[in-house]
Design a protein around this ligand. Sequence first.
Ligand code: ADP
Ligand code: MG
Ligand code: ZN
Length: 476
Amino acid sequence: MEFETIIGLEVHAQMLTDTKIFCNCSTKFGGAPNSHTCPVCLGMPGVLPVLNKKVVEYAMMMALATNCTINPSNSFARKNYFYPDLPKGYQISQYAYPLAEHGYVWIDMDGKQKKIGITRIHMEEDAGKLIHDENNPFSYVDLNRTGVPLIEIVGEPDIRSPEEAAEYLKRLHEILVYLEICDGNMEEGSFRCDANVSIRPVGQKEFGTRTELKNMNSFRNVQRALEYEVKRQQYLVENGESIIQETRLWDDAQGATNSMRSKEEAHDYRYFPDPDLVKVVVDEDWITQIRESLPELPVAKRERFIREYQIPAYDAGVLTADKALALYYEDVVRLCGKPKQASNWVMGDVLRFLNEGKRDIRQCPISARSLADMINLIEEGTISGKMAKDIVEDMYHTGKPPQDIIREKGLVQITDEGELTETIKAIIDAHPVQLADYRGGREKLFGFFVGQVMKATQGKANPQLVNNLLKKMLAP
Ligand code: ADP
Ligand code: MG
Ligand code: ZN
């Protein structure tokens, strides 16, 4: 039997505000346990939450960036459940009236564009953290994270493979980081994803029973968990067993998902409107103001790079995957005026050094100015492309501008025709056999002579000049 995979993702992103969503406690990661708390986020009786306006604005930014419609009037609800990391006994979230709905993003699968729907984006508060100690019979409660603002992005079940799921997640992540409303750190949990997955025989209309996967802390693991789960479900169906709707935890070491709990239904949470918070009213002016404040988004930047710099789509994709890298590239282009050369050096050597050193472009020892200067030095013929390869490596390790390295190492390219003619003459004289063979038709020997000249000049000869001179001097 042939199966089709159906996937829908729920993404939680922590908003980069200074203070929590309903009180003015700090959102900073770390800190002594329970030091970032107050009566509001500790859930003391008699206190009142006050909505942080910044959270609404950040959520609106994401909503607009993902083509959602913002509800002019939206409101908060209480999601009730008991757990020690939730001091109030309920989480303040949005339910019947979310901030935004009906959005979408485009993903690119091997050059084919596919639209993935976004059901809704809503605001909510995070819960605290439980710390379990293997050597003690009790657990510790840290409420620093309680009340930290989150948005939840609920995706439509439009995804048809684990690769598409990873692609979709990368797009959302990229947008959030570009907007500078989320740091995107998956390991620390500022960007997390629950993946819902089901299978159905090809041709069947209704969806199959889904499972919900949690605990994947990288794009790669989301994909792996889904791949595992699809196989597991297929195996069950093929063996006449049924799939249980449940939440399953991904175990990275095991490379498998394990049942955690049976799936709760919305009615289990006894949702009801939060009487402590007023409605969130969003007027057209506010939406316009937020829309106008949006920075250039990844897709638009990519298209502009292709158009404005005439670089291949592939280059534009690599260069815009990271906003800081895109900025660096644009600086280099502005300073040297050579977009394709700039892209080659940034995507090639610079990114390779950064990857090897596990560094971010923001920590790159080669300034945009230095790289631009080096590109100009090649264009002007001061150094050859081959020499530049070594120079750029020195630049990375020392942080020095190319001019200093060239001076210190005496690396200036030989562009003096007279000097090169002398060198070539000596080489031709020393290789009469090769000369005769070349003139007799063995054109491959041209490369041999180029090699000899480069050897004699320690690679400093201007390659173009060497070519021209050799052509002339080797001719019968
Ligand atoms: P809940 O809030 O209980 O998790 P929702 O109905 O809001 O349930 O759906 C959550 C996510 O599950 C959505 O992203 C949706 O796309 C996805 N989803 C719903 N049904 C299926 C299904 N049969 N297979 C895969 N994903 C599904
Ligand atoms: Mg869910
Ligand atoms: Zn507080």
